[in-house]
Design a protein around this ligand. Structure first.
Ligand code: COA
Length: 378
């Protein structure tokens, strides 16, 4: 047994242990998942092994959410939107009408959590209840801010159709509903992105699923993550016409600007979600009149980007074709990021279930780079 040194004896500094540090955790494997597989080089995205293109063509958001939660494919699975508990409606009425929709949604989910019993571990029922609640909350906020009363859910409608109904008070035509459903499918899940990682960190402390989703919404609110396709809309407005596309694209790149809807941290090939949404946009009954221009501008942008960055493949990403789909279904552009969050509820909550099923508190280390041990002045 060794004696401890006296309390005031100078301490030998512990030599720092050199361990690799990756800013932004880039390239660090921080978990295991069976929910989605992203093959950035080949432009493939699979949910539990199923190709995203097939899920968009043959599935529904309800079936995809259920697949993520349970691992089972049930094409007939239904998921209507849920009623807003009265205390949460009071909170939504108190949110300023000029609040950002992401702030309203985050606040609503937090209030919802306070009305629920959400014991550990999270369950599929909890995931389903929260995913069904949030579209009603966002639709209610959108109506309240423009002086309209919220619309009660219609249990005969599935989640995305129900969301549009509660937003507008009218049942959407099947083509419009289908287009939004396709957008929700491609937005449902995407590996260890920042908001999903947040949800897993919160879940790993054995906190509840509402807290995990509140944190995830806060993370997605940042423009580096939930970067809205709104910017694609603005950009196409600036381009104005196909004839001006080349000049505008070259000018923007010369000014050091980035082309919105192009490039990705993981994908080097054409983003498979963009490919699926392009098909959906082209098939829409009420497509925005600038869709054809967007398609032609895309060709110009890809050609110029390849010329300017021969070393780095920069291809179309999901945001580019999310923009016409969301515009085409009639959503106000400032609702785009919160609508993306609604779609991602399936993935966030599925990750909460997966984390809880094999839980280990997520608590990484940090390299200390501050001053050495010293005495307080005086
Ligand atoms: N337009 C023009 N140039 C682009 C570009 C774009 N959209 N995306 C990347 N580049 C260029 C960068 O300027 C950089 O060039 P440099 O080395 O000469 O400076 C090079 O490609 C590498 O960029 P980098 O920032 O390292 O790529 P990243 O993997 O970190 O960035 C994004 C990924 C998505 C942030 C980036 O591609 C981007 O800003 N895209 C536009 C915004 C967008 O569409 N976001 C939605 C993503 S789903």
């Amino acid at each position: 047994m060794t004696d401890s040194p006296p309390a005031d004896a100078p301490r030998e500094p512990t030599p720092p242990v050199e361990r690799p540090y990756s800013p932004g955790l880039e390239g660090v494997v921080a978990g295991e998942t069976s929910l989605s597989y992203i093959d950035g080089a080949a432009g493939r995205l699979l949910y539990r092994g199923y190709r995203i293109g097939d899920l968009v063509e043959r599935g529904t958001y309800a079936a995809v959410a259920n697949l993520l939660w349970t691992g089972e494919w049930d094409a007939s699975h239904r998921l209507p939107t849920a009623a807003i508990p009265p205390p949460v409606m009071s909170v939504l009425r108190a949110v300023p009408s000029n609040a950002k929709p992401m702030d309203a949604l985050r606040t609503a989910v937090s209030a919802w959590g306070s009305t629920q019993d959400l014991p550990w571990p999270p369950t599929v029922e909890q995931a389903r209840a929260l995913t069904a609640f949030s579209p009603s909350a966002l639709a209610a906020f959108a109506r309240l801010r423009s002086g309209n009363e919220p619309v009660e859910p219609d249990p005969t409608l599935d989640l995305t159709t129900g969301f549009l109904y509660q937003l507008t008070g009218e049942r959407p035509d099947p083509g419009t509903a289908r287009a939004l459903d396709a957008y929700f499918i491609v937005g449902a899940e995407h590996g260890f992105n920042a908001s999903t990682f947040t949800a897993r960190v919160i879940t790993s402390t054995r906190s509840d699923v509402a807290s995990a989703v509140v944190g995830a919404i806060g993370t997605m609110k940042g423009p580096l993550h939930g970067g809205a396709p709104t910017e694609v809309v603005d950009q196409l407005a600036k381009v104005g016409s196909v004839e001006h596309a080349e000049e505008w694209v070259r000018g923007a790149l010369a000014r050091g600007e980035r082309l919105m809807g192009f490039g990705h941290r993981v994908y080097r090939a054409y983003d498979p979600r963009a490919a699926a949404l392009r098909k959906v946009a082209e098939g829409m009954e009420h497509k925005p009149d600038w869709l054809q221009m967007a398609i032609e501008v895309e060709d110009v942008a890809l050609r110029v980007l390849a010329e300017k960055h021969p070393e780095r493949p920069l291809r179309t990403n999901v945001e580019y074709y999310a923009a016409p789909v969301l515009m085409g279904v009639g959503l106000a552009p400032d609702l785009f990021p919160a609508t993306f969050s609604l779609a991602r509820h399936a993935g966030w909550t599925a990750h909460a279930l997966e984390q809880a099923a094999n839980n280990r508190l997520i608590r990484p280390d940090v390299n200390y780079v501050g001053p050495e041990e010293r005495d307080l002045p005086g």
